[in-house]
Design a protein around this ligand. Structure first.
Ligand code: 3PG
Length: 328
């Protein structure tokens, strides 16, 4: 009986690991495809406000059709749900537009190197806004994160202030999004997939008027014609790909958040950035200086150390709010 019991336990452990591995593989692949097409589109059509809106629009459409055709059961929501979702959607919108503006100005790899410092933002926000304290190991892990990012930024060949600030604002906004969305998802019956669907829809409503004000149909029309002449009809598919893949990778990441611990999630997110950085450097032939790459490596290593240290802190009894403040 004992042996059987152990066998079943081992099988379920292996199954669990395989499931997480599969989630990660899908999440990273979708994210790499999104980043590549997003940059291809932005190179030919530099309108980040519109491309961000289209990503949210594609997601909203996909989910409305899925609900309408009953492929996915629509969630039962009330006014309270949408009210709680509003700050999450606002932060999601700001973080998304800021990251896209950043990628329209600098190499994809540079945006993601800066974005790998998100844990540092998480610690600052939790400390100064929520009054949390962390074990010393967490603070120490911020040194390589901040130092590595700074080294990479200073040695970046195509440094651009808007590109840098966009990634920094995105970090700050996403930390707030993560804190609010964990609060909102806790104890609610809405699944990760439907939660992200509602988030896309509300973000789309918030973003559309701003996109029109910042860029607007006249600029889009002219830019679209230029891009079509330059690239040919395939350009339309690039736009479709960046929009659909944006939705898919985010949906998978929200679905996996339902299944895995915040630690596993944040380690997964950092590894996702490595795959994006490496593949975008190869595909776009981004010039990298050795010292630049060293900075990125130090920052990413720091993020791994951070995750471990934060987990140690979370396991201590009196620190109940670690779960919410962890970056994902
Ligand atoms: C965006 O456009 O929202 C960003 O590229 C997303 O960045 P993430 O890797 O943090 O999801």
């Amino acid at each position: 009986y004992e042996a059987d019991h152990m066998k079943v336990e081992l099988q379920s452990e292996v199954g669990e690991k395989m499931k997480i591995g599969l989630y990660f593989a899908i999440w990273w692949s979708l994210n790499v495809v999104f980043n590549i097409y997003n940059k291809k589109v932005l190179n030919a059509f530099p309108f980040p406000w519109l491309t961000s809106t289209l990503s949210l629009g594609a997601g909203s459409l996909i989910m409305l059709v899925s609900w309408g055709t009953k492929v996915v059961e629509a969630p039962k929501t009330d006014v309270e749900f949408w009210k709680t979702l509003f700050p999450v959607a606002l932060a999601h919108t700001i973080g998304h537009v800021a990251a896209t503006i950043s990628m329209s100005k600098v190499a994809v790899s540079f945006t993601h190197i800066i974005k790998s410092s998100e844990p540092a933002f998480s610690v600052f926000v939790s400390k100064f806004f929520l009054g949390e304290t962390f074990p010393i190991g967490v603070y120490l892990s911020l040194l390589p994160i901040i130092g590595g990012c700074a080294l990479s930024a200073f040695t970046e060949l195509n440094f651009n202030m808007t590109g840098f600030m966009g990634a920094m604002i995105s970090n700050l906004a996403f930390v707030f999004r993560n804190i609010f969305s964990k609060k909102g998802m806790k104890g609610k019956s809405v699944s990760g997939m439907n939660y992200y669907a509602c988030l896309s829809m509300l973000s789309l409503l918030i973003l559309t008027p701003f996109a029109i004000a910042m860029e607007g149909p006249q600029m889009w029309e002219a830019g679209w014609q230029t891009a079509l002449t330059q690239i040919g009809p395939n350009f339309v598919w690039w736009v479709v790909a960046q929009s659909v893949f944006y939705h898919l990778y985010n949906q998978v990441s929200y679905m996996s958040l339902d299944q895995i611990s915040p630690l596993t999630f944040s380690v997964g997110n950092t590894m996702k950035r490595i795959s994006v950085i490496v593949s975008s450097i190869i595909i776009f032939h981004t010039p990298v200086q050795p010292v630049n790459a060293l900075g990125a490596a130090i920052a990413i290593l720091g993020t791994f150390v951070y995750s471990q240290e934060e987990e140690v802190g979370r396991q201590r009894p009196a620190t109940t709010s670690y779960y919410m403040s962890s970056s994902f």
